[in-house]
Design a protein. Structure first.
Lengths: 351, 753
């Protein structure tokens, strides 16, 4: 098969240096990258294996009460960390609604953030795709696109970001810690992914060599633990990407919403934070009417990119439901069918 | 599971000690410990790896391949193309018999569908062959592909399915509709679906001079052997095919496929053994699929809710170069007693690999449309769907007027409905909710599948040590042939199953026909039964004609074979073991052959079908439209049940596939390019564990004296039929929204909900 270099750096600094050259990519669990390589979608010249780097697999509470999750923490390990699930239940629920148990056991936090779109035209090397081959065109635009973006898309690209994990993270103001050639810096997760615009091949703001080393949840994120849910509508009960999903988190004081957090998944090239919807909920009672208004605001500006107008209406309904579920309170245990509309169905024992 | 009551007919006298037992798979340990050798597990010395390059266009011509680049790649040995390949003995386009399908084996540069093989790279490693195939960088002359059910001018195929008439008439449908008190007229669509057996098509081909050793999964050893023989111009006896295990076939491994032929050609080209295994996405093209359909059903009823007419038309597609037509409308021939029935088909040609038999071909597609339409008609009449079906119960086969050889469908309805609790179903839709507020709906469908018989032969022997041998080139696709056929074999020679050496799965054994049409157990079982009877007959002759035997003078019909002994029927204290009989006669082994085939006289006289009734409960989120099946009960009457455990698994599998048909499966075809956009198991959805509810299978006791000597009807395919419609009807009952395009999608329930 295609020859490529494989390097296993001993330190983060070495890793950054090794990945700074053109054609280099980081390899973590490879649950997405290896498939892309087998399909000829990605043909990197160099794999920089970061899985042996020390210190990136820890979940730690920092002095200020924020939580730092190492980039190499496995999705399953994070979701099953009891303290984590108690403090950030919507994030744990989102993690457990993603992929399959086998993939969750392998996939890492950093890798999840950087997974690629599931647009079939991106994966099909015989199709034109501006993301895969800049300037070649977008065959999804007039193709089979009922699953594509309804927010933030451009004529160049209508792909969506498929992550479940990122949706509650972005709602909770997660911060991404990055080690780069210029040293360490951090950005809001909401700033990590770019909308396609004219350059859909540039999916994030990361520079060559930049390595995500951790994701941090600020202290305030714990304040939503009592009212936080993730809801994911999909086309089978498990092992399917979201048609549309939403993370809703509320801080309710004296019967009013003191603060609301809302983000949507499966609708745009990035996890879609709905700040306008959050604003209308601040200070009001958590009622159906308020949630309807929030849903309306969340989808303002949405437009179909193809045969997918239904996703806009579906997204509104999911927002209302996710807010309703959050207002009702986080369940004591994560449901057996996490994030599913069938979460309460008795007899469900696995997903 | 009810105890099987064995008949006392002499032909059956020995059956019972093994048949009917829920034995676990005799090959189960081999499989779970990885010792079962599937085709691709074979690695003869010196073996090379072959990888196909496939077309990314659906119609046109390959104008160039960078063969030099592929050959330059380290460890690439050769590149087989239309310009560089071994000659075949006959043109593979030649239809030498009706079961020969055209295949793409590099005979020209023409491209007829996406994923068509256009070259084969042969290398020392799988990786080198894979990269070599990528380096070919084909350039094409592309023509606009024909895609979809409206791709072009429609035509009436000469036949549909396996030689079925394209049209069938009973009575005057138009008059029946005109006279009807109520009518429905509805159009249903089903998508293209792909078999997606877990084991991909594979071959390891090894030429030794003019002899050919082949390992490949096949549902038809002798059909495949004959096709190899004619394509390569070699005698049957020079070919040996091993196919002891298949990781599923579902119809796609019935015939030698193009890629398997390419594996044999590649081995010939390089003069070394070659292995060729399809990648998952390569299975979406050259190895068959279930064609899409658009079906129009017009049904009329009188004031009492009795059918006055049933008109079922199906549009389907075939490839641009061969003919296979999904006989969807034929599903309306057998179930409902209408005085006027018309079934008809037309088709268009599209740039696709030729469609093929796929588990319940015609029955599955036709059943979901028919059962949906019957449900709609029942609702229009204000009748419970089960009551409506009972009102229109076919006492004889409607199209032909023939009596059924057996038909325990009423018992299926009764037992299934009772187990499910159907009586509590509200007539109106959207009446039930669960505690969480989810909509709950109950639906049902009738299942049916013909009881077919093909042809098979078997060889039985009794050895000097009293043990037995049964040889038959049968096929275990995962359905349990190693177990069920061995049970029949053991009973046929009156031995415990552990005293019988059951040999199967290779082409040097007697021809077992094909594992298809749900007929393998019946057909191979009949051959085994007859071979066993014949060898026991010979043994009995030996004993009863020898005055030194305690059985002397009993006469052939005067002895029973049981537990390795022949026993006098009228005096069970007088018996003799097989070993004693053979020892005294000085015979090392006694053998006989037997055959199994349909009885044409019985087939003319009787309509032969298995039946069933499937009941499903679904829950639907009222706002979000997501659907989940929460309960299914299926009651099936399929004649004699040889192994209740295997049968239950077969029926489970069918019911799950029915669920999949209604809610999940569809190949997404780009309408501009004809390319399949979800050619992988991540995006081509089949149900996962969490989609499959508790399933309840009832096998209804049924004795059929006409289908074959053993009374077996077959259970391989019937489970899909009825189930798909039951789920679809349950979705309607939950929501009040009738979705006629399958699989049922969330947006259909959102926009109309």
């Amino acid at each position: 098969m295609k020859q490529f270099d494989y390097v296993r750096p001993a330190t983060v600094t070495e890793a950054v240096a090794a990945a700074a050259q053109p054609g280099a990519v980081f390899l973590a669990a490879g649950t997405n990258l290896l498939d892309l390589m087998k399909g000829g979608v990605s043909r990197p010249d160099r794999l920089v294996d970061v899985t042996h780097l020390d210190g990136l697999d820890r979940i730690e509470t920092l002095a200020d009460g924020s939580l730092r999750i190492g980039a190499l923490v496995r999705n399953a390990d994070l979701a099953h960390d009891a303290e984590f699930a108690r403090s950030y239940p919507a994030v744990a629920e989102a993690l457990l609604s993603g992929a399959s148990a086998q993939l969750r056991n392998a996939a890492t936090v950093g890798g999840n953030l950087l997974q690629r779109t599931r647009c079939a035209y991106f994966y099909d090397t015989a199709s034109r795709c501006n993301k895969r081959e800049p300037g070649s065109g977008c065959d999804a635009r007039d193709g089979e696109n009922r699953g594509h973006a309804v927010l933030g898309w451009s004529e160049s690209c209508i792909a969506t970001h498929p992550s479940d994990f990122c949706v509650p993270l972005v709602a909770l103001d997660a911060v991404v810690e990055i080690e780069g050639r210029g040293g360490r810096r951090e950005i809001a997760l909401d700033e990590l992914h770019r909308l396609p615009g004219e350059a859909p091949e540039r999916e994030t703001v990361l520079e060559p060599g930049d390595l995500i080393v951790a994701v941090r949840l600020p202290t305030a994120a714990r304040g939503f633990a009592a009212h936080a849910r993730y809801l994911k509508v999909r086309e089978r009960t498990s092992y399917a990407f979201a048609v549309v999903s939403a993370a809703a988190a509320l801080r309710i004081e004296n019967g009013k919403v003191a603060q609301a957090r809302l983000a949507l998944g499966g609708v745009a090239a990035k996890p879609w934070r709905a700040r306008a919807a959050e604003d209308v909920l601040r200070g009001v009672a958590p009622t159906a009417d308020a949630f309807q208004e929030a849903a309306r605001r969340a989808l303002e500006g949405a437009k179909p990119s193809g045969d997918n107008a239904f996703k806009i209406e579906l997204a509104r309904r999911i927002v209302v439901r996710a807010l309703t579920l959050a207002a009702a309170g986080t369940p004591a245990r994560i449901p057996a069918l996490p994030a599913s509309p069938f979460a309460s169905t008795s007899g469900a024992i696995h997903a | 599971m009810p105890e099987l009551t064995l008949t006392s007919a002499p032909a059956h006298i020995r059956h019972g000690s093994n048949i009917g037992q829920p034995l676990t798979r005799r090959d189960g340990i081999l499989k779970v410990t990885g010792q079962a050798t599937y085709a691709a597990d074979n690695h003869p010395p010196g073996m090379l790896f072959a990888v196909m390059a496939t077309s990314s266009i659906a119609r046109g011509r390959v104008v160039s391949l960078d063969v030099a680049a592929a050959k330059r790649h380290p460890r690439v040995v050769d590149v087989m193309t239309p310009d560089h390949k071994p000659q075949l003995a006959i043109d593979p386009e030649l239809k030498t018999n009706p079961f020969v399908f055209r295949m793409e084996v590099l005979q020209s540069n023409e491209v007829r569908y996406a994923n068509q093989p256009i070259a084969v790279v042969i290398a020392e490693t799988q990786e080198a062959a894979t990269e070599g195939a990528a380096l070919l960088a084909p350039r094409y002359e592309t023509l606009p592909p024909l895609v979809g059910l409206d791709a072009g001018e429609s035509y009436m195929p000469p036949v549909v399915g396996v030689g079925n008439p394209t049209e069938n008439h009973l009575g005057d449908v138009e008059a029946g509709l005109a006279a009807a008190d109520k009518q429905i007229d509805a159009i249903y669509e089903t998508p293209p679906q792909y078999h997606n057996a877990m084991e991909p098509h594979a071959i390891v081909a090894h030429w030794d001079g003019d002899r050919l050793q082949i390992d490949m999964p096949t549902q038809g050893l002798m059909l495949s052997l004959a096709r190899v023989a004619e394509l390569f111009g070699i005698a049957h006896k020079k070919i040996h095919i091993r196919s002891p295990f298949l990781g599923g076939g579902f119809g796609s491994k019935g015939f030698l496929a193009g890629p398997q032929t390419l594996g044999i050609m590649a081995a010939k080209l390089v003069g070394r053994p070659v292995k060729l295994v399809l990648r998952r996405e390569q299975m979406y093209g050259p190895v068959g699929h279930r064609a899409p359909t658009r079906q129009r059903l017009r049904i009329g009823t009188d004031g009492e809710g009795r059918l006055t007419a049933l008109d079922h038309h199906a549009r389907t597609v075939s490839s641009t170069f061969d003919d296979f037509y999904e006989p969807a409308a034929d599903a309306s021939h057998t179930l409902y007693a209408a005085p006027a029935i018309r079934t008809s088909h037309d088709a268009v040609r599209v740039n696709t690999g030729t469609p093929l038999f796929m588990r319940a071909p015609g029955e599955a597609t036709g059943s979901i449309a028919l059962e949906s339409a019957i449900d709609e008609m029942a609702w229009a009449c204000g009748l419970d769907p089960l009551a409506f079906r009972l009102k229109n119960y076919a006492e004889v086969e409607p199209m032909t007027g023939r009596p059924f050889s057996s038909k325990a469908l009423r018992a299926c309805y009764e037992q299934g409905a009772a187990r499910f609790g159907w009586a509590k179903r509200p007539l109106q839709p959207r009446q039930m909710r669960d505690d969480a507020g989810l909509l709950v709906g109950w639906g049902m469908g009738t299942a049916t599948f013909p009881a077919l018989m093909f042809q098979a032969e078997a060889r039985a022997a009794i050895r000097r040590d009293g043990s037995g041998v049964m040889e038959i080139g049968a096929h275990d696709m995962g359905q349990g042939a190693w177990t069920a056929l061995a049970q029949i074999a053991a009973d046929s020679v009156g031995l415990d199953i552990d005293r019988l050496d059951f040999k199967s799965g290779t082409s040097d054994l007697p021809d077992a026909g094909i594992a298809g049409g749900s007929a393998h157990t019946a057909t191979a079982g009949a051959a085994i039964h007859s071979a066993g009877a014949a060898v026991i007959g010979k043994l009995a002759d030996l004993a009863t004609s020898d005055e030194r035997s305690p059985l002397f003078g009993a006469g052939n019909a005067g002895v029973i074979a049981r537990e390795g002994r022949l026993i006098r029927r009228d005096d069970e204290s007088r018996s003799e073991s097989y070993a004693e009989i053979l020892a005294r006669a000085g015979v090392a082994e006694i053998e006989a052959r037997g055959t199994g085939a349909a009885n044409p006289a019985a087939m003319e006289q009787y309509a032969m079908h298995a039946h069933g009734a499937v009941f499903a409960e679904v829950k639907v989120d009222p706002e979000l439209g997501q659907i989940r099946v929460t309960r299914m009960v299926g009651a099936f009457a399929a004649g004699r049940i040889v192994n209740p455990r295997m049968v239950q698994s077969q029926l489970f599998g069918g019911m799950i596939w029915g669920l999949s048909f209604a809610l999940h499966e569809a190949a997404i075809t780009d309408q501009r390019t004809g390319r399949i956009m979800n050619a992988n198991l991540g995006e081509y959805h089949i149900p996962v564990n969490a989609d499959v509810p508790p399933l309840d299978v009832i096998t209804v006791e049924e004795h059929d004296p006409h289908v074959n000597a053993l009374g077996i009807k077959g259970v391989g395919e019937i489970g899909i039929t009825g189930s798909a419609g039951a789920v679809a009807n349950a979705v309607w009952h939950a929501t009040g929204v009738r979705v006629r395009k399958f699989p049922i999608r969330i947006e259909e329930l959102l926009t109309q909900g």
